[in-house]
Design a protein around this ligand. Structure first.
Ligand code: SF4
Length: 65
């Protein structure tokens, strides 16, 4: 997933030119759309995990006081 983000799959504007011109008739737009959705879900899960971790650390600090 990180690799997809590094490759900037989110920059695909789903114009369809790559699918139109692909000599192998690969479903490139559909693949990019799926990859974009997976990256978005991965980022949301990562953000939720980071926030939960931060909240747990703050709760731990409060418990020590
Ligand atoms: S659909 Fe294909 S050609 Fe169009 S922006 Fe996305 S990757 Fe590029």
């Amino acid at each position: 997933m990180e690799r997809l983000a590094e490759l900037k799959v989110n920059l695909c504007m789903e114009c369809g030119c790559c699918s139109f011109g692909c000599p192998a008739h690969r479903p490139l737009v559909q693949t990019n759309k799926l990859a974009k959705a997976q990256v978005a879900a991965w980022k949301a899960a990562k953000k939720a995990a980071d926030e939960a971790k931060k909240a747990a650390e703050e709760a731990k600090k409060e418990a020590v006081k």
